[in-house]
Design a protein around this ligand. Structure first.
Ligand SMILES: [Zn+2]
Length: 234
């Protein structure tokens, strides 16, 4: 896959022919590559593919990356906020029911209040920070930068798998969770989003990792579609 992405990196405004570097594969022109890119379905993956590997185009299309990232993140953020609002309301109702209209507080009411409170805490713990949407620009830039500069995982050397402990073959690499890539440290991610390390770990890590995983997956699918279109063109 790296060779395909490298081709895109070399895709400039000129029409120079260049060899693919693979024996027997005919040279591809910029037009071939641009046409193959046109076959990649529109959306986040294609925008990321261009932003990462074709900077001239990526700069022109930064608005589209922004729209695609908002379309990815906003629905999940809204879902979390709605779940939080619902859990808060249920807890409020459970408290209001305690000794309703001067009546005695029942065990059932106490149980219900505890349940609603525990639910609220559990939902709150899974929520991203309130200012996630305000920070989306910084998060997006940091995630794209990590994607662009990612090194192979030291443990599996980018192979994504490791030998199984019981000797029964191979399993997903534990160090990189099967991505084949070295994760940036929390300290570096914190610097990239303009937070300190403890704020990253307490508040931002879940949303950062959620975005990284999905953006990587979208870009990988787009790169595969690009690769298939390019093989047809060659
Ligand atoms: Zn690994």
């Amino acid at each position: 896959m790296a060779d395909v992405r490298e081709l895109m990196g070399r895709l400039g405004p000129t029409t120079v022919k260049f060899d693919t570097g693979r024996g027997g594969v005919p040279a591809l022109t910029n037009q071939d590559i641009a046409a193959a890119l046109g076959m990649v379905p529109a959306g986040l993956g294609r925008e990321l593919l261009e932003a990462l590997w074709w900077p001239e185009s990526g700069a022109r299309r930064s608005q589209r990356v922004r729209q695609a990232v908002i379309a990815l993140v906003a629905p999940e953020y809204i879902r979390q906020q709605q779940a939080l609002s619902l859990a808060r309301t249920e807890f409020g109702i459970a408290k209001a029911c305690m000794g309703w209209a001067g009546g005695a507080v029942t065990d059932a009411q106490r149980v219900e209040r505890s349940r609603a409170e525990a639910k609220l805490e559990a939902v709150r713990a899974l929520c991203w920070p309130n200012n996630t949407m305000e920070q989306l620009g910084a998060l997006t830039a940091a995630v794209i930068s990590e994607m662009a500069g990612a090194e192979n995982c030291d443990a599996c050397d980018g192979r994504r798998v490791q030998a199984a402990h019981d000797g029964s073959g191979v399993v997903q690499c534990e160090c990189c969770d099967g991505t084949g890539l070295e994760a940036l440290s929390g300290r570096k991610r914190a610097i990239a989003i303009g937070a300190d390390k403890s704020a990253y770990q307490r508040f931002w890590q879940p949303v950062y990792e959620w975005m990284l995983e999905r953006m990587r997956g979208a870009e990988r699918e787009a790169a595969e579609a690009f690769n298939r279109a390019l093989s047809r063109a060659a």
